[in-house]
Design a binder for this molecule. Structure first.
Ligand SMILES: C[S@@+](CC[C@H](N)C(=O)[O-])C[C@H]1O[C@@H](n2cnc3c(N)ncnc32)[C@H](O)[C@@H]1O
Length: 278
């Protein structure tokens, strides 16, 4: 990382007050009274600050399970107990999962891998789509996420399997899967791990296999920039909000990548293929 970027990183604490001030200014321009604008701005900015604070506290107090695998990415143990309730609240409910599966176009008999599966919602929906002759497995480094995923699968009688692993070192042989799903996980990785992880995904895909990825992307609704501009200064998200998801996939060796849809104005659905010659 360059010195200038490192120095900018140290100023990260300026983001919440600046974001709040900017949001207040925009809300007043939109015609709200100052106090309403302050209230609405805090409502928007506070949850982000609280989540950031909790992650920091839990990291220091050993809030991560001892079995959680080492990665330079961000495992999400902290949210495991509430994750399934939290997702629909932030717009990642059933319709979002169905849209992801539509882009994947899974067929009976196919094998599918869900990288960074979290509590395994998507993996469990993929399992019936590939049927009894197919195979669906989810991996995640967060031990608490995998624990919840396995428990949910057992309760639902799902055939989906779950395993502790990291995207940058996938425990599968070459050319194993027809399709890999990556849902809201890429922004949990620093830039060099993204490329390593995507290269691993390409390795385990069969020739002609597909990656279906949905993640933070360049906002298509300009209003999102009010909240998302700080992500330009965070190495985990910088490339993504600049709209370089497709380039990352090509750099990891995929033969093509294409944006196939968007969600909520700031998530992009992408599809990338491994060349037929492997
Ligand atoms: C926001 S959650 C998304 C979970 C799920 N895919 C979904 O759509 O709900 C991101 C997940 O990426 C996982 N993760 C973090 N670092 C990872 C890595 N190096 N390899 C694989 N997954 C990782 C986190 O533990 C977390 O469960």
């Amino acid at each position: 990382m360059s010195k200038a970027k490192e120095r900018l990183g140290k100023l990260i604490w300026l983001c919440p007050p600046l974001m709040t001030a900017l949001a207040v200014w925009i809300f007043t321009l939109l015609g709200f009274t100052v106090w309403t604008a302050v209230f609405m701005a805090l409502l928007l900015v506070c949850p982000a600050i609280i989540i950031y604070g909790l992650v920091k506290i839990f990291r220091h107090r050993g809030g991560f399970s001892p079995e959680t695998l080492h990665t330079r990415g961000m495992p999400l143990d902290i949210l495991a107990p509430v994750y399934d309730r939290y997702c629909p609240i932030v717009g990642l409910g059933h319709a979002f999962r169905q849209a992801t599966l539509r882009h994947a176009g899974l067929n009976p008999g196919e094998s599918v891998l869900d990288v960074g599966c979290g509590t395994g919602v998507l993996t469990r929906l993929a399992a019936p789509a590939v049927g009894p002759t197919g195979y669906a497995i989810g991996i995640d480094p967060a031990a608490k996420m995998i624990e919840v995923a396995k428990k949910n699968a057992l309760t639902e009688g799902s055939r989906a399997e779950f395993r502790l692993a990291v995207i940058e070192d996938l425990p599968f042989e070459d050319n194993r899967f027809d399709c890999v799903l990556s849902s809201a996980m890429l922004h949990h990785l620093p830039p060099e791990v993204k490329i390593k992880g995507l290269s691993e995904v390409r390795r385990v895909l069969k020739p002609g296999g597909r990656l279906v990825l949905v993640d933070v992307d360049r906002p298509t609704v300009p209003l999102w920039w009010i909240l998302l501009w700080p992500l330009l200064f965070w190495s985990f998200t910088e490339d993504q909000v600049k709209g370089r998801l497709g380039v990352l996939m090509l750099r990891a060796g995929f033969s093509s990548s294409e944006k196939v849809g968007s969600w909520g104005g700031f998530l992009g659905f992408w599809k990338a293929f491994k060349g037929k010659s492997g």
